[in-house]
Each structure stands twice: as structure tokens, then as C-alpha cells.
Design a protein around this ligand. Structure first.
Ligand code: NAP
Ligand code: HSE
Length: 420
């Protein structure tokens, strides 16, 4: 018999305990051994929970319990779970975690500490979709050309409802929280940080890149307006929060941002809490992984897959590479990203203004692909919406700063990236 201890019996932890009990027969048949939860840890012992396992509020009661074989970390946070996972590994226990924030900061130290002890994290990225397994093992024969995906269920749920049903941002975020999709601090979701944590994990497996969230471009969905949505529809785009890893020469672009993507692309049709990740391998070509990206049971499904793998004895380097044998590719600076852009600004509605805008853009080598002008509620002020041909991120930033300095431009200049 294999004994499990769960650090954090919240949305995901409760589902793990319930599924291990409800599906015990099939799980035992697949793992080859009976798997039982010995105990769990919570912060508030007074809270009512839908599980029948022994609970404590002392994490060390699990981490230091000599009877527990596998510690499952589902409490969230960074430094506290790091200390506990480290201690569990030092105590010789295998660890399963769904905590992408922890891995975004400490995955390389944890790989080092774990050595040959299994440390698995399928549920950390794209919820119930087995994309970590696909990258670590299924695509092991390939050099990875790129990864692109919807990696945050909360944002995709919110964007779908806001775009298709005109739902209000605050109301729909509250709904995502009630459904158990959002992080304890939902600014991690809407600010793009959660998707960035996942992208960093995938980039480690694909390329061996040891970057931190601070090193990459991260933007969220907070600034999207109905004007942007209408423009996107008119020009044949959907708006999605994407995580993008792209091999460019000997470097890799890593970025997370709201993105306009062609409506006919497969990823544009992924709605609600669903996630989808496309991975392009140099031998296999394009592969795509689709499924629920958040929620208790979907995430627990991935956590239990890791437990079964550990019990079966499946192992391998935690991040997919033996140390020192990584791909050799380096993270490209954010400023060097090259893509197309959509820009929204308000300008004086009079002759000569457009030429001022286009000549300013021309100074930075930026050319316009398409343009739309709309009236505003204010007389003689117009909204100008345009897309550019490919240009470099740093040039776009400089051009926007210069546009803001023109006397014909009013207020902020908003921008969104386009991927085709
Ligand atoms: P949650 O509902 O907030 O559950 C967290 C649990 O950890 C709660 O039971 C909490 O206790 C306990 N906890 C937190 N800090 C603790 C401490 N210092 N000592 C003891 N117990 C502590 O969170 P969740 O949604 O299940 O997420 C758990 C982890 O899975 C996070 O890392 C999250 O990023 C990740 N994840 C979540 C999802 C999802 O869809 N929800 C999907 C993939 C990955 P109380 O209940 O007493 O507060
Ligand atoms: N808050 C995360 C999301 C949970 O919405 O995708 C799954 O990692």
C-alpha cells in the first residue's frame, strides 16, 4: 500500500482525496498498488470540508511522517511550499505538486534537491491536459520549434463571456472564483502571471531555459475594451491570452499577453475554461493538446496521474534534461520580440492628423497594415484603430511614446499584439 499526505485540502486537494477514494479500484489496477490518503493539512481546521481524511494544521505532520510515501503539495504560494517540498524530498519522499508559482521560481533548485527522487508536476500547467508528459516524453525525439497556447482557464472563461455575452469584468471574475478556477489572488490570473509561470515550466522542458517571471514579457487582460473586441471581430480576429515560446535562431522568445489571432485558427475556437497548447516539433510537426485548464476534478486528474506514475516507478529527469545537456538556446531580451501590433488612440478629427501619425510611425520604420476611424462622444475627437506590419517591440514602444507626445493625440495609446 502507498500512503499519501496532502498539503492543502482546498479546491484541488479535496478533489484528489475524493477521486482517490471513489475511483480506488481503477487507480489500483493501473498503479499496481493500493493508494490511500493518510492525512491532509489545512490552515483553518474549523472550515467544513467534503472529505473524510484526517486533517491537521501542521504541515510538518505530513512532511515528517515516516509512514507517508508521497507528499502532494496543493497549498499554493512560493516560499512556504518551497521549504516544505525541500524538506519532504530530503526526507526521501516523492512529491507531486500543482503549484506553478513555486516551480516558476524554484524548479531548478528543486530538481537538484530531488536528484533521483520523483518530483512530478503535471497539474501545474494547463490543468487536466497531460501536456507536461507530452513534452517530457511524447516529444522527446524533437527539437521544439515553438509552443503557443491558452494556459489560463480563468482568463479564457472571462474573455469568452465578455466577448460572446458582453458580461461585466468584475461579475465574471467572481463567477470564475466561485467555480474554483481562479488563484487565491486572482490578479495572478488576469495579470498574466499564472500563464507566465506555466510558460516558464514548458520552456524549461522544451529548451532548458532557466528564466524567472521577471525576465519575460507579461501582460494580462485588464486593459481590453469593447472597442478592441469590436475591431477584432471586424478584422477577423479573436482575442485570447496566449503564452508564446518561439525559437528564433539561437534564442527563444517567451511572452504572455492578450493577443489577436485569426478567428479561423483552431486555438481561436477554444472557449470557456478550456485550455489548448500547440507544440511544434521539428520531426513530428504541429501537435495540439486540449482540455479543461482549471477546476478541482480536472486538476486532480493530473495530480493522480503523477501519483500513479510514481507508484509504477516511471522516472526521468524532472525537467526532461540531464543537467548540462540542455538545448543551449538562450532567452531573447523582451525588446527583441518581433510581431504585428494593433494600436488604439484618440486624435483630433481634422485634416492633416493622419499624416502626422503615419509620418511619426515612419520615423520608427513602422508601416500600417489596416486602419479604422470611429467617432467618439466628444465632438472633433476620433478614435483611430490600426494594425501594423511586423516590427520590433522596442521600436513599437518608442513609437507609442512619440505618438503620446503629439499635440493631436489625446490620452493613452493602447496596444495589443497580433499572431498569425
Ligand atoms: P485553495 O482552494 O485555496 O486551497 C489551498 C489549500 O491549502 C486550502 O485548504 C488551505 O487551507 C491550504 N493552505 C494554504 N496555506 C496553508 C498553510 N500555510 N498551512 C496549511 N494549509 C494551508 O487552492 P486550490 O485552487 O486548491 O489550488 C491549490 C494549488 O493548485 C495552487 O498552487 C494552485 O495554483 C494549483 N492549481 C489550482 C488549480 C485550480 O483549478 N484550482 C489548477 C491547477 C493548479 P484552508 O482551506 O484552511 O484555507
Ligand atoms: N487559476 C488557474 C487557471 C488554475 O485559471 O488556469 C489552473 O492552473
Amino acid at each position: 500500500m502507498v500512503k499519501i499526505g496532502i498539503l492543502g485540502v482546498g479546491t484541488v486537494g479535496e478533489s484528489v482525496a475524493r477521486i482517490l477514494e471513489a475511483n480506488a479500484d481503477i487507480i489500483e489496477a493501473r498503479a499496481g498498488k493500493k493508494i490511500v490518503v493518510k492525512s491532509g493539512v489545512v490552515r483553518n481546521l474549523g472550515k467544513k470540508r467534503d472529505v473524510s481524511i484526517a486533517l491537521s494544521d501542521d504541515p510538518l505532520s505530513v512532511v515528517d511522517d515516516p509512514e507517508i510515501d508521497i507528499v502532494v503539495e496543493l497549498m499554493g504560494g512560493v516560499e512556504e511550499p518551497y521549504g516544505l517540498v525541500k524538506r519532504a524530498l530530503e526526507n526521501g519522499k516523492a512529491v507531486v505538486t500543482a503549484n506553478k508559482a513555486l516551480l516558476a521560481y524554484h524548479r531548478y533548485e528543486l530538481q537538484e534537491i530531488a536528484g533521483d527522487i520523483p518530483l512530478m508536476y503535471e497539474a501545474s500547467t494547463a490543468g487536466g491536459i497531460p501536456v507536461i508528459g507530452a513534452l517530457r516524453t511524447g516529444l522527446a525525439a524533437n527539437h521544439i520549434e515553438g509552443i503557443q497556447g491558452i494556459m489560463n482557464g480563468t482568463c479564457n472563461y472571462m474573455l469568452t463571456k465578455m466577448i460572446n455575452e458582453g458580461a461585466q469584468y468584475d461579475e465574471i471574475l467572481k463567477e470564475a472564483q466561485e467555480l474554483g478556477y481562479a488563484e487565491a489572488d486572482p490578479t495572478f490570473d488576469v495579470g498574466g502571471f499564472d500563464a507566465a509561470h506555466k510558460l516558464l515550466i514548458l520552456a524549461s522542458i522544451a529548451y532548458g531555459i532557466d528564466a524567472k517571471p521577471e525576465d519575460i514579457l507579461i501582460e494580462g487582460i485588464e486593459k481590453i475594451t469593447q472597442t478592441d473586441v469590436a475591431f477584432a471581430k471586424e478584422f477577423g480576429y479573436e482575442i485570447k491570452l496566449l503564452g508564446i515560446a518561439k525559437k528564433v535562431g539561437e534564442g527563444v522568445e517567451l511572452r504572455v499577453h492578450a493577443t489577436m489571432i485569426p478567428s479561423e485558427s483552431m486555438i481561436a475556437k477554444v472557449d470557456g475554461v478550456m485550455n489548448a497548447v500547440t507544440v511544434v516539433g521539428d520531426r513530428v510537426g504541429e501537435t495540439m493538446y486540449y482540455g479543461p485548464g482549471a477546476g478541482g476534478d480536472a486538476t486532480a486528474s493530473a495530480v493522480i496521474a503523477d501519483i500513479v506514475d510514481i507508484v509504477r516507478g516511471n522516472q526521468g529527469p524532472m525537467l526532461g534534461y540531464k543537467k548540462g545537456l540542455e538545448s543551449g538556446l538562450k532567452l531573447l531580451p523582451k525588446e527583441e520580440i518581433v510581431t504585428q501590433y494593433y494600436v488604439r488612440l484618440e486624435v483630433d478629427d481634422r485634416s492633416g492628423v493622419l499624416s502626422k501619425i503615419t509620418s511619426k510611425l515612419g520615423e520608427y520604420g513602422i508601416s500600417i497594415e489596416s486602419m479604422l476611424q470611429q467617432p467618439t462622444n466628444e465632438e472633433r475627437i476620433a478614435k483611430l484603430l490600426f494594425t501594423t506590419h511586423k516590427t520590433q517591440e522596442s521600436k513599437m514602444h518608442d513609437a507609442i511614446a512619440a505618438l503620446k507626445g503629439l499635440d493631436v493625440v489625446h490620452g493613452d495609446v493602447a496596444m495589443m499584439r497580433i499572431e498569425k
